[in-house]
Each structure stands twice: as structure tokens, then as C-alpha cells.
Write a new protein. Structure first.
Length: 296
């Protein structure tokens, strides 16, 4: 081998880890343990509800594969989401159940929560869930004590509650103050910022991790944005699409742990995961993003 070629290969080898580190997703700690999670996860509402359609299930499996290949960890679902849980389970088995998986699911029933959790676990085909949440506070008086007992027994690692579309924020706040919660999940994006008033500051105060659901409002937020030219400042934070701008706005909030956009497309999951790396907007740019998107 020529000396010049050898030196070139050594140079590539030396810089490869730096390039990989630069592209790796940023992480945030779970306050109750210090465990780090990538700031972009994967939701499954609507997108993974494909029934028994073979092609749809294969495509969702491909999304899971691309998600983990990009450094993803947290996958979120619920018994409310139709066939999503079984589609996740099949996809995880197909790609070999990555050890990085952080399995987040919910209990969504007025009774028999333990039976529902076990049914969900079997659909996912996992030994246990990392996170279980009371979905939209349904029967939380019965289900939250159950989940806390499961955590005490080592049958789940973390416990949380969820809400969506701004529902029941007063009761949500009360539970955040009174209960030993590891996680809360709520709706937050540049045009739905109610959580900034009380819930996000309270999460920081209480040491509770926050998951942002409905980041794109099921696609409704992005439709008008796609008709607008991406501003020059988007390139300053490494964004090539409006979806990435929205995600960077969400995960750059200091209280936020993870956003969970849902998709059934490999190109979209790669686009979303790219938003987890690189420079994040500062507070001034966050205000500009909210103002500009809010006008559209």
C-alpha cells in the first residue's frame, strides 16, 4: 500500500467516530433516574393501525428498523390504537427486538387494568414495558395505584399519565403535584402551547420527564407549512424541512424529554430523527418559530 493511501485511510478512520457522534441524536435525562433518551421517539397513533394488511405491516416494520438504525429508542402505543400494538410486536420480532428499545404503552380501561397490560405485553412480545401510562386519565383512581404497585414489584420501570389536545389540564396538574410520577405525556407544538403556562414549568420543578404527543397535529400543522418556502434561518439549525423545524422547536424546550411523531413512511422517520441532532434553536429563535408558524 502506498504511504499516501495509508495515511488517507488512517485519516478517515480517525474522523469517522467524530462524524458518527455529530449525527447521533441528542438525548435528555429522565429526571427520576438519569437514564438518557433520544429527544425524538416514535408514536403509533393511526399510522400503525393497519389491521392484517401484509404490506402495511411490512412498511411499519421497515419504519421501526429505520428508527432504530437512526439511534431511536422510545416507541409509544396504546390499546386505543387499534392493531398498532400487534403491528409493533411483529415488526420488533422481524428486526430482532433491538436491545435499545424503550417500550412505552398505556392502560386505557375503566376496570381490569392488569389484564389489559398483560394483553398489551403479549402483543408487543416484550418481557415487560419500560413505561406504562394512564391514557387520558381514564379511571386513574384505579389504574394509577395499579401501575405504581407494578413498578414497586419490578414489573414496569416507569409510571406516567397522559392527556391530549389540552384536555383536563387542571386535573393533570393536580396529579403532577400529588403523585410520584416519572413521566407525563401531553400535546405541545408551536401552535398548541398551553402546556407552557403551568405544566412544563411544573414538570421541571417536580423532576418529571415530558413526552410531547401530536407534534404535527396528525399532519394538519404541516399542510399549510408545505406551501411556504423554508426560511433561511432554518439552515442555521440544520433543518431542511418544516417538520424538522417543528420538532426542534418542541424538543428544545428545557422541560421536554422526547417528542413522538407518528409515521408509516421510512423517509419520514429518517427526516424526523435527523431533527434530533445538530444545533437546537435558542429562546429568541423559538419565539420567532412560534410567531411565524402561528401566522400561517
Amino acid at each position: 500500500m502506498h504511504r499516501r493511501t495509508a495515511l488517507h485511510l488512517l485519516s478517515l478512520a480517525a474522523t469517522a467516530p467524530l462524524a458518527q457522534a455529530a449525527d447521533a441524536p441528542q438525548t435528555r435525562p429522565v429526571p427520576s433516574t438519569g437514564e438518557h433518551l433520544p429527544v425524538v421517539g416514535l408514536g403509533s397513533w393511526i399510522t400503525f393501525n393497519v389491521g392484517r394488511d401484509p404490506q402495511g405491516r411490512r412498511e411499519c416494520g421497515d419504519v421501526l428498523g429505520a428508527f432504530f438504525a437512526a439511534g431511536g429508542r422510545l416507541v409509544d402505543s396504546s390499546p386505543m390504537y387499534g392493531s398498532s400494538q400487534s403491528v409493533i410486536g411483529e415488526g420488533l420480532q422481524r428486526i430482532g427486538r433491538p436491545p435499545a428499545l424503550f417500550a412505552a404503552d398505556k392502560v386505557w380501561t375503566s376496570s381490569r387494568g392488569a389484564e389489559q397490560v398483560e394483553a398489551s405485553r403479549q402483543l408487543w412480545q416484550v418481557p415487560r414495558f419500560d413505561l406504562l401510562q394512564v391514557h387520558n386519565l381514564l379511571a386513574w383512581e384505579q389504574q394509577l395505584p395499579l401501575l405504581l404497585q407494578m413498578k414497586q414489584a419490578g414489573r414496569v420501570r416507569y409510571v406516567g399519565i397522559t392527556t391530549s389536545e389540552g384536555r383536563r389540564h387542571s386535573e393533570f396538574e393536580r396529579l403532577m403535584r400529588a403523585q410520584p410520577l416519572d413521566f407525563v405525556q401531553l400535546t405541545y407544538n408551536p401552535v398548541d402551547r398551553e402546556a407552557e403556562q403551568r405544566l412544563l414549568p411544573l414538570a421541571r420543578e417536580r423532576g418529571i420527564a415530558v413526552i410531547a404527543n401530536r407534534p404535527f397535529q396528525e399532519g394538519a400543522l404541516l399542510k399549510p407549512l408545505r406551501r411556504q418556502k423554508l426560511p433561511a434561518w432554518a439552515g442555521e439549525i440544520g433543518c431542511t424541512t418544516w417538520a424538522q423545524v417543528v420538532l426542534k422547536f418542541i424538543v428544545s424546550h428545557p422541560a421536554m424529554t422526547c417528542a413522538i411523531p407518528a409515521t408509516s413512511r421510512v423517509d419520514h422517520v429518517r427526516e424526523n430523527m435527523a431533527a434530533a441532532s445538530g444545533r437546537m434553536p435558542d429562546e429568541a429563535l423559538r419565539r420567532r418559530i412560534a410567531a411565524e408558524i402561528g401566522r400561517l
